[in-house]
Design a binder for this molecule. Structure first.
Ligand code: 3PG
Length: 212
């Protein structure tokens, strides 16, 4: 049976958060990530060319697990589905956006940082949530305390915000963690400087950690 998108992301273990501001940087960035073993992406909708980049990625690398980040409206959810995007996440927990994603059959990870956020997401039927901003909110320790009352529900979290190669093993070692992500693998500065080999090395480094 084909794996659900959530399971594929879980197996991948990590997604590279991308902020791409020039369309010509899109394919070399994805190529470098793939060469380093990272095939799951959160492409943020924070630049004018983000949608164009999403289309290009899907067309050129259909095997990439392509998620959109900073998805804030129901229109964006519908457009993501029309464009064949695999999943979406948001920094916050917007019930209308989550409901639209579920209606459209799009795997959606709403951002949570408090028990109230978790309960809002739960009410919408979410079992996997983005924990954001992970590190400044208190990191794994905060997540463990916050998630403890919901243990019986089997929730899982994707920490984003401040994750890096140093703290990745700690997060990945916890059963609360579904997968991790961050911009450290392909930071905007490296993309702008076209430092493709550095991006590939960063991807290879986290791929090694996940395999260990
Ligand atoms: C996101 O959109 O998920 C975050 O901006 C990623 O945070 P980071 O830049 O600290 O990795």
């Amino acid at each position: 049976m084909a794996l659900e998108i959530s399971d594929k992301l879980n197996v991948a273990g990590v997604m590279a958060v991308l902020v791409i501001d020039r369309i010509e940087h899109t394919l070399p960035t994805i190529e470098s990530l793939l060469e380093g073993g990272v095939g799951a992406i959160e492409l943020t909708l924070r630049t004018p060319i983000a949608w164009e980049a999403a289309r290009l990625i899907k067309k050129t690398f259909p095997e990439v697990l392509l998620g959109l980040g900073t998805v804030l409206t129901t229109d964006q959810v519908r457009k993501a589905v029309d464009w064949g995007v695999d999943f979406a996440v948001a920094p916050g927990c917007n019930p209308k956006v989550i409901a639209e994603a579920h209606q459209q059959g799009l795997f959606f990870g709403p951002g949570v940082m408090t028990p109230t956020d978790i309960e809002m997401a739960l009410e919408q039927g979410c079992k996997v949530m983005k924990f954001f901003p992970a590190e400044t909110a208190g990191g794994l320790k905060h997540l463990q305390s916050m998630a403890a009352p919901y243990h019986f529900l089997g929730l899982q979290f994707i920490p984003l915000g401040g994750c890096n190669i140093g703290n990745a093993p700690m997060y990945l070692g916890s059963p609360l963690i579904h997968s991790i992500g961050g911009s450290w693998i392909a930071p905007q500065k490296l993309i702008q400087a076209q430092e493709w080999s550095q991006i590939k090395n960063n991807a290879a480094e986290i791929t090694r950690v996940i395999r260990e």
